[in-house]
Design a protein around this ligand. Structure first.
Ligand code: 13P
Ligand code: SF4
Length: 411
């Protein structure tokens, strides 16, 4: 990982902020034993069954950036409406340049549904996003993840066996529990939630979804991000004393039966290693060095950080806040660096910097290199589908139900 500044500086420009680049090319990381690769999630435990990416042909690993750009453009042009490319905000600029849609996970889930004519949906994002696109698209459409090793360490923190075990341990209490899962979870977890009367949420609709859930049950099991769950529930007026943490490695999640009975929200012990790095000290420092700074953080940040910020919201809410500010403003942002630096470049009327000067890119989003995108598109051109993500219908059906409940839930 590259970090070009000392931890003591928070100067608001790209030259002194963390780099969006990891020093290692993704195919080097792919060749290693399974890991999340360098970056904030490096210490997270990767599941044994995590998908692995085989080596892509050498021509894609050695081509220059310009050559790959031209090849992607040519392949996309030749494929025309047969293919639609979706890109998450955290994708590198060289990938985003080719995306038909760039957005947060909610917007991309909607976009995946809106092109029934496309034979293939190429998802430049992470594994759970591609699974979601497969669930929402027509069965004949192929959803392609350019690098199979582009996972999400937070999504991997909720394993279906652990969640089934939790439900079993809850016993009769489960009758009153509505399971809610953040979009950042496997299809298997979304399917579980769908089967048990629950719903999916994203960071842009979590409050609406929790209201939906509390209209149907007394308690919520929130998976897998404890921070999004806690921040959202508290903003709705639920006290910290009404929330418990479920640690899947402990009996009853580490709780007493009484504590579980009294709880309104059961928070799964998951987190994002990128967003966990943001601190209140960084915010204090930004305020001291940049009077009048507007601090906006993603709700995957810990609660004290969200409390100390001026606002919190999904990646798209952050984007809009910056783009819509009418006066030149200094923004300190608590989210992934690739998006922050793009917003800084696109909004030269403002000063935009990342709160953490040494935070690194999401190392799994970074796995989608233009070399992989060129490879999947040129394969499609030859009539070959590589890296298809298919969710088994037995899982896809209840997962679709949970996703459709989300798409229908309105504030
Ligand atoms: P958004 O839903 O805001 O796009 O966030 C997805 C994500 O993975 C943030 O870490
Ligand atoms: Fe997952 Fe965090 Fe990366 Fe988002 S930033 S995809 S939550 S690891």
């Amino acid at each position: 990982m590259t970090a070009t500044t000392s931890a003591t500086s928070s100067a608001p420009n790209a030259a002194t902020s963390c780099s969006t680049r990891l020093l290692t090319d993704p195919w080097v990381i792919d060749a290693e034993p399974p890991s999340y690769g360098p970056g904030a999630s490096m210490g997270d435990r990767i599941p044994l069954a995590a998908p692995r990416q085989g080596e892509i042909p050498e021509e894609y690993r050695t081509a220059s950036e310009e050559e790959l750009h031209d090849r992607i453009r040519a392949a996309k042009e030749a494929l025309g409406s047969r293919v639609v490319i979706l890109g998450h905000f955290y994708q590198r600029d060289e990938v985003v340049a080719h995306a038909d849609y760039v957005g947060d996970s909610f917007q991309l889930a909607t976009a995946a549904k809106s092109h029934p004519e496309a034979e293939a949906i190429v998802f430049c994002g992470v594994h759970f996003m591609a699974e979601t696109a497969d669930i929402l698209s027509r069965p004949e459409q192929a959803v392609i993840l350019p690098n199979l090793a582009a996972g999400c360490s937070m999504a991997d923190m909720a394993d279906i066996d652990q969640v089934e075990d939790c439900w079993e341990q809850l016993g009769e209490l489960a009758e009153d529990v509505i399971p809610v899962t953040y979009m950042n979870s496997s299809a298997a977890i979304k399917g579980f939630v769908g089967r048990h009367g629950g719903i999916v949420c994203t960071s842009s609709n979590a409050a609406t979804v929790l209201e939906w859930a509390f209209a149907r049950g007394q308690r919520v099991l929130f998976l897998p991000d404890q921070h999004l769950g806690r921040n959202t529930a508290r903003a709705m007026g639920i006290g910290l004393d009404e929330m418990v943490m479920w640690n899947p490695n402990r009996p009853l999640g580490g709780n007493t039966p009484e504590a579980l009975r009294e709880a309104k929200v059961l928070l799964w012990f998951g987190f994002c290693s990128v967003h966990k790095r943001f601190t209140v000290d960084q915010i204090d420092k930004a305020r001291a060095e940049h009077p009048g700074v507007r601090v906006i953080v993603h709700p995957e940040c810990p609660m004290p950080v969200v409390d100390a910020a001026d606002e919190s919201g999904s990646t798209d809410i952050i984007r809009r806040a910056i783009e819509e500010a009418s006066e030149p403003t200094t923004f300190a942002i608590g989210t992934e660096i690739t998006l922050v630096q793009r917003l800084a470049a696109q909004n030269p009327q403002h000063t935009v910097f990342c709160l953490d000067p040494v935070v690194c890119p999401c190392s799994t989003m970074y796995r989608i290199h233009p070399g992989y995108l060129a490879w999947v598109l040129e394969s499609l051109q030859r009539g070959e589908i590589v890296n298809r993500i298919s969710v088994d219908p037995s899982v896809a059906e209840p997962a679709r139900l949970a996703l459709e409940r989300m798409l229908a839930a309105r504030p």
